[in-house]
Design a protein around this ligand. Structure first.
Ligand code: PBG
Length: 327
C-alpha cells in the first residue's frame, strides 16, 4: 500500500455516496429476531428495568406478531412471566398444554402464521427456585432436567412453535431434544441452541421481567459458562452441532462479539447473538439521561453484530430498529 500523502483514507469518507459504496456490512430487518415477554395477567404491563418494553397479554402478543409481519421481522422469541403462585420445584407449568406459552403461541400463530415463533426451553420461568433445571440439595441435576426439557419442547411443538431454543445449558440436551421431537413427528421443528451461554450479570432486567429474580437461589455458574473462557465456547458449539442443532447462539451479545466471530469462523453455520436485557437497559438508561443518542447507539450496536459475523440478532429493539430501517 502506498504511504501518505499518496494514500489518504479520508478521501473515500468524504461523501455519503462514497461511504455507501465502500460499506462492508449492512443491517436489514431480515437480521432481527424480536424478543418479547408474555404474561397471563389481564393487562399488559411495563417492565420497569426495560423502559419501552411490556409484558404482553395474549391479545397484545398476537398484535405484536401482526406488527412483526408488517415490519418484515422474520421471527419472534417469546419468554413467559407466569404468576408466582403457579411456580413449583419441577416447573410443572413448563409442559402444561393449557399453560401460558402454549396459549401465546396459538394466539400469535393464528394472527400471523408467516412469522416464525421461537420458544425458550428451560425451567427457570416456571420453578419456584428460579433455576433452569431440577434442583436437589442445591445441585442442578443434568439428566433428569433433560427429561423435563423434552416434555416442555414437545408441548411447545404441539402448540405450533417453529423453533425450539434450549437456553438451559445442560449437557446433552440438544441430542435428546432432537430425538424427542423426531419421535413425536416434529422432525421439521428447528433447534436454535443457546450453545455458548455465559453466567452473566447482564441478564438482571430479564429475571425481573419474567419474575424469577426474587426467586433465584444462588447463581447459575455450575451450568452457564465462565465469562473468562473462549476455547470452551468452541467445544460447546461443536457438541451442539454434532447433536443436531440447526442454528447456534452466543449470549450475551456485545460483550461477547469475539465469541461470535470465532464461532462463525470455525463452523460457518447460522450463528445468532442475543443482545440481552442488560445491554438493552444500559442503552435505554443512558439515552433517557441524555448521555447518548439512543437511536444511534441502538443501530450501531446492532450493526456490530453483523460486523462480527452474526447472521442475526435477538433483540428487544427489533420493532424500533425495523422502523428506522424502513425509513
Ligand atoms: C434463562 C434465560 C435467561 C435469558 C433467556 N433465557 C436468563 C438466565 O439465564 O438467567 C436472558 C435474556 C435476557 O437477559 O434478555 N433460561
Amino acid at each position: 500500500m502506498a504511504q501518505f500523502p499518496t494514500t489518504r483514507l479520508r478521501r473515500m469518507r468524504q461523501h455519503d455516496w462514497s461511504r455507501r459504496l465502500m460499506r462492508e456490512n449492512t443491517l436489514t430487518t431480515d437480521d432481527l429476531i424480536w424478543t418479547l415477554v408474555v404474561t397471563d395477567k389481564a393487562e399488559s404491563e411495563p417492565v420497569a428495568a426495560m423502559p419501552g418494553t411490556k409484558r404482553l397479554t395474549f391479545a397484545d402478543a398476537a398484535k405484536a406478531a401482526v406488527e412483526a409481519r408488517a415490519l418484515g421481522i422474520p421471527a419472534i422469541a417469546i419468554f413467559p412471566n407466569i404468576d408466582s403462585s403457579l411456580k413449583d420445584a419441577r416447573g410443572s407449568q413448563a409442559d402444561d398444554p393449557n399453560g401460558l406459552v402454549g396459549q401465546a403461541i396459538k394466539a400469535m400463530k393464528d394472527a400471523a402464521p408467516e412469522v416464525g415463533i421461537i420458544c425458550d426451553v428451560a425451567l427457570d420461568p416456571f420453578t419456584d427456585h428460579g433455576h433452569d433445571g431440577l434442583m436437589e440439595n442445591g445441585i442442578i441435576l443434568n439428566d433428569p432436567t433433560i427429561e423435563r426439557l423434552c416434555q416442555q419442547a414437545i408441548c411447545q411443538a404441539r402448540a405450533g412453535c417453529d423453533v425450539i431454543a434450549p437456553s438451559d445449558m445442560m449437557d446433552g440436551r440438544v441430542g435428546a431434544l432432537r430425538a424427542a421431537l423426531d419421535s413425536e413427528g416434529f422432525e421439521d421443528v428447528m433447534i436454535l441452541s443457546y450453545a455458548a451461554k455465559y453466567a452473566s450479570a447482564f441478564y438482571g432486567p430479564y429475571r425481573d421481567a419474567i419474575g424469577s429474580s426474587a426467586a433465584l437461589q444462588g447463581d447459575k455458574k455450575t451450568y452457564q459458562m465462565d465469562p473468562a473462557n473462549t476455547d470452551e465456547s468452541i467445544r460447546e458449539v461443536e457438541l451442539d452441532i454434532a447433536e443436531g442443532a440447526d442454528m447456534v447462539m452466543v449470549k450475551p451479545g456485545l460483550p461477547y462479539l469475539d465469541i461470535v466471530a470465532r464461532v462463525k469462523d470455525a463452523f460457518a453455520l447460522p450463528t445468532y447473538a442475543f443482545q440481552v436485557s442488560g445491554e438493552y437497559a444500559m442503552i435505554e438508561a443512558a439515552a433517557a439521561n441524555g448521555w447518548i443518542d439512543g437511536e444511534r447507539a441502538m443501530m450501531e450496536s446492532l450493526l456490530a453484530f453483523k460486523r462480527a459475523g452474526a447472521d442475526g440478532v435477538l433483540t428487544y429493539f427489533a420493532p424500533r430498529a425495523a422502523k428506522v430501517l424502513g425509513g
